[in-house]
Ligand binder design. Structure first.
Ligand code: SAH
Ligand code: SF4
Length: 341
């Protein structure tokens, strides 16, 4: 079966005119319906019955079904557990900000990277998501909440750069005028640091924000929590980010989950300051979300403030991030883990 939602407009035109031998205006109609988020071909009201039947017999439209939905009682954060055709599940979160709605979506079912603080990492890898399944998460939330998503964060389950071709295709589709038309300036991609792919992404010509999950300033500490560091050490990852910033003019975000007694010492703050001072960047300090079985606890407020103060001596800007939806396990992989239990 053909995954029609993963096709670009030009590919749909080619498919409709060359394979189905239909006039081009049919391709425009099909493309319009797909971008409106229809979930089946019989919702394409202006197509003749035989065209709908033909499409149904050779193509499918990816849909994200809502398995679970949790609303935070503190803020307007909504967390979803979505299932796909094969019953595999991923998580996504919708957050309300001053400027609109931002959605954090998944790019893989599970993850191969095995970070020791991460619920997704603990569960292992199942499969890649197709571009259409990334789009389907956004469309399902827009339908359910009757809103428009204006910002996308690739920070749900999975390592986006480990699903490079599908993620890049998704970015092209979602930012296209014929699609949801969410500009690449409104997209953030978070990676654990697959260095060669960071260089590739820098050369794609997108304006997306790159976020590096750094979480430790030295190889010794980082390799303990992030196995990927043994392959791509801290300095190489930071060098790749500098290349990204130079090439795109976009400020790098460094994610730093504060884990009590692991990466939150003054030594770590000085090492981090030295590592990234003078570069176009911003640091997000996030008290780690304690995940069952990891044994990690979040750093206390005093530690975090002290860490931020040391960074400011290096003129490195940082924000202590408010944790949205803390009561609904809004951090990646936790809801799916619970559902499996
Ligand atoms: N694989 C990508 C994107 C998905 S993870 C990456 O690692 O960047 C999204 C973010 O959540 C990453 O910054 C990751 O390090 C962070 N994260 C994972 N588990 C966490 C936890 N228990 N507490 C705080 N942040 C966590
Ligand atoms: Fe994968 Fe990111 Fe979790 Fe690491 S933090 S295991 S890379 S999802």
């Amino acid at each position: 079966m053909i995954d029609i939602k993963s096709m670009s407009y030009d590919e749909i035109v080619k498919f409709v005119t060359q394979e189905l031998k239909l006039p081009k205006f049919r391709a425009n109609q099909i493309s319009d319906w797909l971008s409106k988020g229809v979930t089946s071909f019989d919702q394409m009201k202006n197509l003749p019955k035989e065209v709908i039947e033909k499409l149904t017999s050779i193509c499918y439209i990816s849909v994200a079904n809502i398995e679970k939905k949790l609303k935070s009682s503190y803020d307007e954060t909504v967390k979803y557990l979505f299932s796909f055709e094969d019953k595999e599940c991923v998580e996504a979160v919708v957050m309300k900000y001053k400027h609109g709605y931002s959605m954090c979506i998944s790019t893989q079912v599970g993850c191969k990277m095995g970070c020791t603080f991460c619920a997704t990492g603990m569960g292992g890898f199942t499969r890649q998501l197709n571009p259409s399944e990334m789009l389907a998460q956004i469309e399902a939330a827009q339908r359910d909440l009757n809103i428009r998503i204006s910002n996308i964060v690739l920070m749900g389950m999975g390592e986006p750069l480990d699903n490079y071709a599908n993620v890049v295709r998704f970015i092209r589709l979602v930012s296209s005028e014929k699609g949801l038309n969410i500009g690449t300036r409104h997209i953030t991609l978070s990676t654990c640091g697959l260095v060669p792919k960071i260089y590739d992404l820098a050369d794609e010509g997108f304006q997306i924000t790159l976020s590096l999950s750094l979480h430790a300033p030295t190889d010794e500490i980082r390799s303990k929590t992030m196995p990927v560091n043994k392959k791509y050490p801290v300095e190489e990852a930071v060098r790749a980010c500098k290349y990204y910033a130079d090439k795109t003019g976009r400020r790098i975000t460094y994610e730093y989950a504060m884990i009590s007694g692991v990466n939150d010492t003054p030594f770590c703050a000085h090492a981090l300051g030295n590592l990234i001072k003078g570069t176009l960047c911003h640091v997000n300090l996030i008290p780690v979300n304690p995940v069952k079985g990891t044994g990690y606890n979040p750093s206390g407020d005093k530690r975090i403030v002290n860490f931020r103060d040391i960074l400011s001596k290096y003129n490195v800007n940082s924000t202590v991030r408010r944790t949205l939806g803390a009561d609904i396990n809004a951090s990646c992989g936790q809801l799916r883990g619970k559902n499996k239990d």
